[in-house]
Design a protein around this ligand. Structure first.
Ligand code: ACO
Length: 386
């Protein structure tokens, strides 16, 4: 088990630059055991969670674990989320008219910025106050992601159906037709599995912002900005680019060797905490195999994965680099017809449930997160003495 230090103590070299092993918060939301490859979310092993919950269920479980009293039920979340999607649709025309030259994730960032941090006080009175802002951000993320994807194909937005399940309605808003039950189940499996994951970079960002009392909407926007980087939630698009670039079986080995020799990172591999295979990669691998009946793309991805793991073991013998969840996220979301430029936004559509639960926890702690830095610059008195 790795040694830990608290955030208030001086971090040790050489890992200080990444705050490795620093404990920055106490949480009841999720736990990542990187040595055992185990992820617990709201008291469930992730493999069990995905069998017993849909996305609305896991959002209710996280917000309940964050200490909301009364704890919101799955049904309350489902109804509230439907209403939040309807409210978000009113933002779409203004967003689409102003947002032609950004990526989908940047468009989502703009769309979330149209919400007010005062939504808890001023929002929909039929939704319990503590979950108004969390639901507003979740509803907005789904509606805006679908609308921006359609705009890129020259298609007009599709209005939400407040009575539908969240995963079902997202796919319908994206395609303008109902998805199959298997597709809805696969998207639910994805959204449930990635809803929370310990003190990752975006969650830490959300907690820092929450600690300043800036509000839930601001915390979610900041967290989205952290998520979008390729070392965090921006990896699946590049994973698909990699599979496309490799193209054929003959090219797998030469392509991997060339990239590693150039010092490039292989997207979808490696993790700060997991030293074994990310358990979420297995959940997605199973979902995508059921969905696609193990089609050619899935076989190819599996071959590239095995070759990449072998190549990384040879090139980086001291680092235990294994497959992370972004690898099969890419393949799964592609099989669901989600455009690759939207996968980070779809990740955010789920992770907002976790971020907002962390905001609730952090606001209860009530203490500003404000670490120290070590000054390594010149001292005025040294200059004077010289
Ligand atoms: N491909 C090639 N080399 C790698 C990879 C990779 N995917 N990951 C780590 N390494 C190498 C580094 O180059 C470094 O080598 P060096 O010591 O010879 O310089 C060594 O392993 C250690 O790298 P660090 O960046 O210190 O390892 P860390 O544990 O901090 O990295 C990270 C984690 C950032 C995710 C990294 O593995 C990576 O860049 N992966 C590719 C991007 C990716 O898949 N991101 C999604 C992460 S999952 C998520 O956030 C949801």
């Amino acid at each position: 088990m790795s040694e830990t230090v608290t955030l208030s103590m001086e971090p040790r070299q050489p890992s200080a630059s990444g705050l490795d092993n620093v404990v920055a918060a106490e949480t009841r939301l999720s736990h990542v055991d990187g040595e055992a490859g185990r992820l617990i979310v709201a008291g469930y092993d992730v493999e069990e969670l995905v069998k017993t919950h849909d996305f609305e269920g896991v959002a209710a479980a996280l917000w309940s674990a964050a200490g909301l009293d009364p704890a919101p039920s799955r049904e309350t979340v489902r109804q509230g989320l439907g209403r939040a999607r309807e409210a978000a649709f009113a933002l779409v025309p203004a967003l689409l008219s102003s947002n032609r030259h950004t990526t989908v994730t940047e468009g989502l960032r703009t769309g979330l910025s149209m919400l007010s941090d005062e939504v808890e006080e001023t929002g929909d009175k039929d939704i319990p106050a503590p979950i108004r802002a969390p639901l507003a951000t979740l509803g907005t993320a789904a509606v805006i992601t679908a609308a921006l994807c359609r705009q890129r194909n020259g298609k007009s937005p599709v209005a939400p159906d407040a009575d539908a399940g969240h995963a079902d309605d997202f796919l319908r808003m994206l395609r303008n037709e109902r998805a199959s039950a298997e597709e809805v189940e696969a998207l639910n499996a994805y959204l449930v599995t990635v809803a929370d994951h310990g003190m990752n970079a975006s969650t830490f960002t959300a907690r820092v912002i929450a600690s300043t009392r800036a509000g839930t909407i601001s915390a979610v926007i900041g967290a989205l900005c952290a998520l979008k980087g390729p070392l965090h939630g921006g990896a699946p698009g590049p994973v698909l680019d990699m599979l496309d670039e490799i193209g054929t079986r003959d090219n797998i080995e030469p392509w991997l060797q060339r990239e590693i020799a150039k010092g490039e990172r292989l997207m979808g591999f490696g993790h700060r905490v997991y030293r074994v295979r990310d358990p979420r990669a297995d959940v997605f691998n199973r979902a995508v195999t059921i969905l696609t009946n193990g089609n050619e793309r899935v076989h190819f991805a599996r071959e590239v994965e095995l070759a990449a793991l072998a190549a990384l073991r040879t090139a980086k013998p001291g680092n235990r680099i294994d497959t992370n969840m972004e690898y099969y996220t890419a393949v799964l979301l592609e099989a669901l017809g989600i455009p690759r430029e939207a996968v980070t936004s779809v990740f955010a559509m789920s992770r907002i449930a976790g971020w907002t639960a962390h905001v609730m926890e952090q606001e209860r702690v009530g203490r500003l997160i404000r670490p120290q830095s070590r000054y390594a610059g010149h001292w005025p008195e040294d200059e004077a003495a010289a």
